[in-house]
Design a binder for this molecule. Structure first.
Ligand code: C2O
Ligand code: CU
Length: 464
C-alpha cells in the first residue's frame, strides 16, 4: 500500500496533479477505526514479574501507533471504557480547536460508556503523540498515550524507522502494580511524580538488532509524567533532524547530552558505527553515568559505503512566526513550589496565602493566578505575532507546552531557535518565545510536567 501511494504521489507530482482522492482512502491504513480507553494487563517487568494493570488505548501501552501521510484525513472514534470521563489530545498537531481534546476547555469529558469522533487533516509531517487530556496526571501516568506519526510524501534516505517512547512508572516492587498516590503533595510541590521503573516502548530492556552501516531514524517521545531524560548515543553517528515534529533547516550533529522534557520529541538519524558483535546504545545519563535506554546489538554488516551527513527533512508549511517588531508582548511569571518565594495568589477567584493554597493541594501560579480560569492569559487576533517572556521564578525546571501552534525561542542575540511546541525552562531562567497566532480557538498553555499542570501551572490563550 505504501509503495502504491508513493508511486502515485510521484507520478501525480510529475503530471502536476493534486492527488487528493487516494489520500483520503489510504489515510486509514495506519489508523484503527476505534480507540478504546480501558484497563488491561501488561508485562512491564521481566518474565516471572507480575503483570501490571494499566489503562491503555485498545488494551496496550503505548497504544497503537497511529500513522498516516501528510495532508491526509485522520478519523477515529474514542470509546470510553474507563470508570471516569476522558478525552484525547493530539499533541503537536496543528488542527482545528474543536478536535484538540482538552476536557474543560475545548470539549466536555466523554462519559464512561460514551464515544467521541475525532477527525482532522494532519498538516505537518513529523513525530507527534496522543494522550488523554482529562485528569492527565493519572490517565497518562497509567498508560493512556501513543505515537502519532505523519509521514513525509517522500521517504527520507534511511534503512529503518523506529519509534521509541520513553516513560517511567512507579511500581510496587512486590506486586508489580502501579503505586499511588497520583496527586501526592510532595510530588506536586517538587519535581513531580517520578517513577522507579524506566521503560522504552514499555520494556525495561528494549533491544533491536541492527547492522553496521545502517541509517536509522529514531523518533524519541517523552511520555513520562514529569521526568526529564538526558540522552546520548554510543556506537552511532547521530544528527538531530527535528524537534517536536518540526524539521531543522540544518541538521545538528548530536554531541553532548540531549534533554528530552515531558511532551517533547526529537527525530534523530543515526548511522551504526559499532562493529558486528558489539552493541550500539541510546543512553540515559544520570549523575554522569550512562544507562542503556535502548540497546542495538550489531548482528551484521550492511553492504554499503558510509553515507554523507543527512540532508534536512523537507520543511513543513507555515514555519514562520511572523514579524517580531510588531509582536504583541505577553509576560508570564512562574512562581510557587517548594523552596519558592510565592506568598499569596488567587485561587478560585480568592486571594489566598501559600498555606491555604497548599491545603487545596495546589502549589504553583502563573502571574499570581493558580490554575485555569475563565480569563485567558492573552487575547490575540488571528495571524498576529505574539512574543512571550517567561520568567521561571521557581526552584524547579518546567516544560511549557502550547497547544495548536508551534513557537520559536527568541535567543539572546535576537536570532530565532527551532520551531517547537514544548520548551524546557530551568530554574531562574527567563526565556522568550514568539509564535504566529494562525490557529483560531482556545489553546491551552501549561507545564507538561503533569503534576505541575494539575497543581496550578495551566493557562490558555484565545485566538479570535
Ligand atoms: Cu501533551 Cu496539554 O498536552
Ligand atoms: Cu512544571
Amino acid at each position: 500500500m505504501h509503495i502504491t501511494r508513493r508511486a502515485f504521489l510521484k507520478s501525480g507530482a510529475m503530471a502536476g496533479l493534486v492527488p487528493f482522492a487516494p489520500k483520503t482512502l489510504l489515510a486509514q491504513e495506519g489508523v484503527p477505526p476505534e480507540l478504546a480507553a480501558r484497563k488491561a494487563m501488561l508485562q512491564l517487568g521481566p518474565d516471572g514479574f507480575p503483570q501490571t494493570e494499566i489503562w491503555g488505548y485498545n488494551g496496550t501501552a503505548p497504544g497503537p501507533e497511529l500513522r498516516m501521510g501528510q495532508g491526509s484525513v485522520f478519523q477515529t472514534r474514542l470509546l470510553n471504557e474507563l470508570d471516569e470521563p476522558t478525552s484525547v489530545h493530539w499533541h503537536g498537531l496543528r488542527i482545528d480547536n474543536a478536535m484538540d481534546g482538552v476536557t474543560g476547555l475545548t470539549q466536555d469529558g466523554v462519559a464512561p460508556g460514551d464515544g467521541f469522533d475525532y477527525s482532522f487533516t494532519a498538516p505537518d509531517a513529523g513525530t507527534f503523540w496522543y494522550h488523554a487530556h482529562a485528569r492527565s496526571f493519572e490517565q497518562v501516568g497509567r498508560g493512556l498515550y501513543g505515537a502519532f506519526i505523519v509521514d513525509e510524501a517522500e521517504r527520507p534516505d534511511i534503512d529503518r524507522d523506529e519509534v521509541l517512547i520513553l516513560d517511567d512508572w512507579r511500581l510496587n516492587p512486590e506486586s508489580g502494580q502501579i503505586a499511588g498516590p497520583f496527586a501526592g503533595t510532595h510530588d506536586r510541590s517538587h519535581a513531580g511524580r517520578l517513577g522507579n521503573f524506566i521503560t522504552t516502548n514499555s520494556a525495561a530492556n528494549y533491544t533491536s538488532n541492527v547492522k553496521k552501516g545502517e541509517r536509522l531514524r529514531l523518533r524519541l517521545i517523552n511520555a513520562a509524567n514529569d521526568r526529564i531524560f538526558s540522552l546520548a548515543v554510543a556506537g552511532f553517528d547521530g544528527w538531530i533532524m527535528a524537534y517536536d515534529g518540526m524539521p531543522l533547516t540544518n541538521p545538528e550533529k548530536l554531541e553532548g547530552p540531549l534533554y528530552l522534557a515531558p511532551g517533547q520529541r526529537v527525530d534523530l538519524f543515526v548511522d551504526v558505527t559499532a562493529d558486528e558483535g558489539e552493541n550500539a546504545f541510546l543512553a540515559r545519563i544520570e549523575d554522569k553515568q550512562g544507562f542503556a535506554q535502548a540497546t542495538f546489538p550489531v548482528t551484521g554488516s550492511a553492504a554499503r559505503t558510509p553515507r554523507a551527513a543527512p540532508a534536512p527533512l523537507p520543511p513543513n508549511p507555515n514555519m514562520s512566526v511572523g514579524d517580531l517588531q510588531s509582536a504583541m508582548p505577553i509576560q508570564l511569571k512562574m512562581e510557587g513550589g517548594a523552596m519558592g518565594s510565592l506568598k499569596t495568589a488567587v485561587l478560585d477567584g480568592k486571594s489566598m496565602d501559600m498555606e491555604q493554597i497548599a491545603n487545596a493541594n495546589q502549589f504553583w501560579a502563573f502571574n499570581g493566578v493558580v490554575g485555569l480560569t475563565d480569563t485567558p492569559l492573552a487575547r490575540l487576533s488571528r495571524n498576529e505575532t505574539a512574543r512571550m517572556s517567561i520568567v521561571n521564578d521557581t526552584a524547579f525546571a518546567h516544560a511549557m507546552h502550547l497547544h495548536g501552534m508551534h513557537f520559536r525561542e527568541v535567543l539572546a542575540d535576537g536570532t530565532l531557535g527551532p520551531l517547537r511546541d514544548t520548551l524546557l525552562i530551568f530554574s531562574g531562567q527567563t526565556r522568550d518565545i514568539a509564535f504566529l497566532a494562525h490557529n483560531p480557538g482556545k489553546w491551552l498553555f501549561h507545564c507538561h510536567m503533569l503534576a505541575h499542570a494539575a497543581s496550578g501551572m495551566t493557562t490558555w490563550v484565545d485566538v479570535a
